[in-house]
Design a protein around this ligand. Structure first.
Ligand SMILES: C[S@@+](CC[C@H](N)C(=O)[O-])C[C@H]1O[C@@H](n2cnc3c(N)ncnc32)[C@H](O)[C@@H]1O
Length: 208
């Protein structure tokens, strides 16, 4: 990857991680809103909820190692994870489709991709992933599941026709209740292998 591009992406990632340091404070507000007004994704419109830097760097390495090109991401937020994915596909010549429910987050993410110089490699689909990915008809090498967990199963099932022998499904927050139920269903299907990473925070699903 060209040195200038690498520098731009790293700078944007650093700035976003810096800003996300206040997530825990914003989370308290979001949680309070949810207690009093019911759970709404918009309560979390200012919170990053991003993957860790270690996860991002490992994802980038995985993309390069497996020569992954076609990536779909559920849950863009402000684009931290997507930027790590972009670092990977810059080396493999790939493309990313990412989807975000909250319009203001999708807009900010798009600005971040522009600032990092990788906007042309990323399609941001704004709206509910069940709608924005409904007609996704190209094959998927890597699916990153990092949106609200109750959608993991229906989304996985909707995208199953796009999987192939080498596909990898990266499941973040695998230790959460809703995700556990999803993983139990997938584990019951003999077509799939499950591998736990980071002490159970992530599960990689591969096809047998
Ligand atoms: C955990 S955050 C994603 C973090 C991001 N992957 C990162 O590491 O920087 C989850 C995001 O999924 C979005 N989301 C939740 N439900 C969604 C849906 N039905 N369709 C699309 N995005 C959704 C939320 O608005 C939130 O921004």
């Amino acid at each position: 990857m060209a040195i200038v591009k690498e520098k731009n992406i790293n700078e944007v990632i650093d700035n976003l991680f810096e800003d996300s340091k206040y997530d825990h404070l914003k989370m308290m507000k979001s949680a309070a809103k949810s207690v009093f007004g019911g759970f709404k994704p918009s309560n979390f419109k200012d919170v990053y909820l991003s993957i860790s830097r270690e996860q991002g760097e490992d994802l980038r390495a995985l993309i390069v190692k497996k020569n992954i090109k076609n990536i779909v991401e559920f849950g863009t937020s402000f684009g931290i994870s997507t930027l790590f994915l972009a670092q990977g596909i810059l080396e493999t010549g790939g493309y990313i489709v990412t989807t975000e429910l909250i319009e203001s987050k999708a807009k900010k993410a798009t600005e971040n991709f522009e600032r990092a110089g990788v906007k042309d490699l990323i399609e941001v689909r704004t709206g509910d992933a069940m709608e924005t990915l409904k007609d996704h008809d190209s094959s998927i090498d890597l699916l990153l599941l990092d949106g609200w967990k109750d959608l993991y199963l229906p989304l996985f099932q909707m995208l199953e026709p796009n999987f192939h022998e080498g596909s990898i499904i990266y499941v973040d927050n695998a230790d959460m209740g809703d995700t556990q139920a999803f993983l139990k269903t997938v584990a019951g299907n003999t077509r799939y292998n499950l591998q736990s990473l980071y002490g159970g925070k992530v599960v990689l699903i591969t096809l047998k």
